[in-house]
Ligand binder design. Structure first.
Ligand code: 6PG
Length: 469
């Protein structure tokens, strides 16, 4: 009998199956269409992997309680898998959804399956194909009892941080794992938007060529910004065009799509009343980018590209490094506040330090910075906003003047930097006693008698601002 089963032999599923097999677990694999089963058997024969074209035989091959991973496209395909498995499973068997499912769907699936005696775990997995094969970051959402059954294997196959700590830990019940993964992706959007803005600034303010910008990113990777995304940004910039002349980056269309997890993060924050302005800015920037034809046709300036060089910034790479770091602090502060509030809303008891710890390796946003975040939460488990951790307070104080200088130069040079702008505005607002909301209250009361709070009074008040009728 085999230890675990996996359904869905696409790129992610195959790599995850091989990772599991490499760790000495006997795995059964199955795919709805037999072509991928054949491909897997031919391309990746493994002594610990056994492929099936019949789902009944696949299920029968597993030890009890059965542990079955589903790695298929989020949405209807997950429900189809669950429906195909249901009649074949016994009470206490565990289905693990390893895809990028919406956490609300996961919550529904958990309660539906619980009623019929099947356990369900919504497991966030990050790291792309390479991560799946060599060690991803894994975010399981399930009951503690289910975690005792599946935790060891998931921790074994996960990435390990520099201190040997597995990048997998129990996140909380039902949708917690997929929620943590969703916000991870939102932060990934913000990180990438900030990197892309930094690239634009180096290109137009600095007038640097691609190789020089690649070298600057490479240099950043030795400092506080050390991260997977900065590392690959340098690679993307240095890549020569294999299809033509020059650098590949100059021939890639200036328009980016998305599968939706960033958008889900932004929507969930709006629903919860949490300010995720950097992730919002990143989503909006992708929407705006996709209006490429319109952008090209409209430009009110003849050149249609940023003005550039209107501002001379002393030591531009260093200034941008500090500015980017400041923005990163703002993005993660917002993301972790969102975790904190969602945890309360859904009763998940998310451990923010633990989340930062498992993000240190394997996942797309893995970074040295996450070690600092996990330490901040270790020092103060009640920390609400990262900006209040003594270390980050000092970092913000030091980096803010650089971010202001860059923002001013960007605006003067017509270089769009929505995420940088959101970061500076967020930090300013969250450190100010006056954000203009008194005016909003006055206006609402004026036109709609919505009342306002008068300083020092408990009860909302209304004023007849002007005789209306
Ligand atoms: C990961 C990634 C991955 C995601 C891609 C694409 O953690 O491995 O987040 O899950 O699918 O990054 O996301 P978008 O198409 O939405 O940019």
């Amino acid at each position: 009998m085999n230890d675990i089963g996996l359904i869905g032999l696409g790129v992610m599923g195959s790599n995850l199956a091989l990772n599991i097999a490499d760790h000495g677990y006997k795995i059964s694999v199955y795919n709805y269409t037999s072509d991928l089963v054949e491909k897997f058997t031919q391309e990746h024969p493994h002594e610990n992997a056994c492929a099936f074209t019949d789902i009944k035989e696949f299920v029968k091959s597993l030890k009890s309680p059965r542990k079955i991973m589903i790695m298929v496209t989020a949405g209807a395909a997950v429900d189809s898998c669950i429906e195909a498995l249901n009649p074949l499973l016994d009470t206490g068997d565990i289905i693990m959804d390893m895809g990028n499912s919406n956490y609300e769907d996961t919550r529904k699936r958990c309660s539906y399956l619980k009623e019929i005696g099947i356990e369900f775990a919504g497991v966030g997995v990050s790291g792309g194909a390479k991560g799946a094969r060599l060690g991803p970051a894994i975010m399981p959402g399930c009951t503690k009892e289910v975690y005792t059954e599946i935790g060891k294997i998931l921790e074994d196959i996960s990435a390990k941080a520099y201190d040997g700590h597995p990048c997998c830990a129990h996140m909380g019940t039902d949708g917690a794992g997929h929620y943590v993964k969703m916000v991870h992706n939102g932060i990934e959007y913000a990180d990438m938007q900030l990197i892309s803005e930094t690239y634009l600034l180096l290109k137009y303010l600095g007038d640097y060529d691609n190789q020089k910008i690649a070298d600057i990113f490479h240099e950043y990777n030795y400092g506080k910004l050390k991260s997977y995304l900065i590392e690959i940004a340098a690679d993307v910039l240095a890549q020569k065009d294999p299809f033509g002349n020059g650098y590949l980056i100059d021939h890639i269309t200036d328009s980016a799509g998305q599968k939706g997890t960033g958008k889900w993060t932004a929507i969930s924050a709006i629903n919860q009343g949490v300010d995720l302005s950097l992730i919002d800015a990143a989503c909006n920037a992708r929407f705006t980018s996709s209006h490429l034809k319109e952008r090209l046709e409209r430009s009110f300036r003849e050149d249609k590209i940023p003005v550039g060089k209107t501002h001379v910034i002393k030591d531009l790479p260093k200034t941008l490094e500090k500015s980017l770091y400041l923005c990163k602090i703002a993005a993660y502060a917002q993301g972790f506040v969102h975790y904190h509030d969602a945890s309360k809303t859904y009763g998940w008891e998310l451990d923010l330090g633990k989340i930062a710890k498992i993000f240190r390796s394997g996942c797309i946003i893995q970074a040295k910075f996450l070690d600092t975040i996990s330490k901040a939460y270790e020092e103060n488990p009640n920390l609400y906003n990262l900006m209040d951790a003594p270390y980050f307070r000092e970092e913000i104080k030091e980096c803010m003047p650089y971010a202001r200088e860059v923002l001013a130069a960007a605006v003067a040079s017509a270089i769009p930097v929505p995420a940088l702008s959101a970061a500076v505005a967020y930090i300013d607002a969250m450190n100010s006693s006056c954000v203009g909301a008194n005016m909003i209250q006055g206006l609402r009361d004026y036109f709609g008698a919505h009342t306002f709070l008068y300083a020092g009074q408990d009860k909302p008040m209304h004023h007849e601002w002007k005789k209306m009728f």
